[in-house]
Write a protein that binds this ligand. Sequence first.
Ligand code: ZN
Ligand code: ZN
Length: 76
Amino acid sequence: MTLRIHDKIIYKTNVTCPGCGCIDTRVMKFEVVEQTYHCPSCQNVYAKKLGSCCIYCSYGSKNCPVIQDIQLKLNH
Ligand SMILES: [Zn+2]
Ligand SMILES: [Zn+2]
């Protein structure tokens, strides 16, 4: 039996830069857990928030695919 990744996961997210506030649209990957965010506008690098699993969970409009997968599976 293979572990299935939930097909309702949304991979597109709008990341709001914690420094300059600009919004960057990114496509997340299930396998990649991003720990730092490099802002294309202010060129600074930001770490994820404490207690958050990744920069998408910290600054994105959507949680990362791993978290979405867990939440979707819990709702069933
Ligand atoms: Zn910025
Ligand atoms: Zn995350």
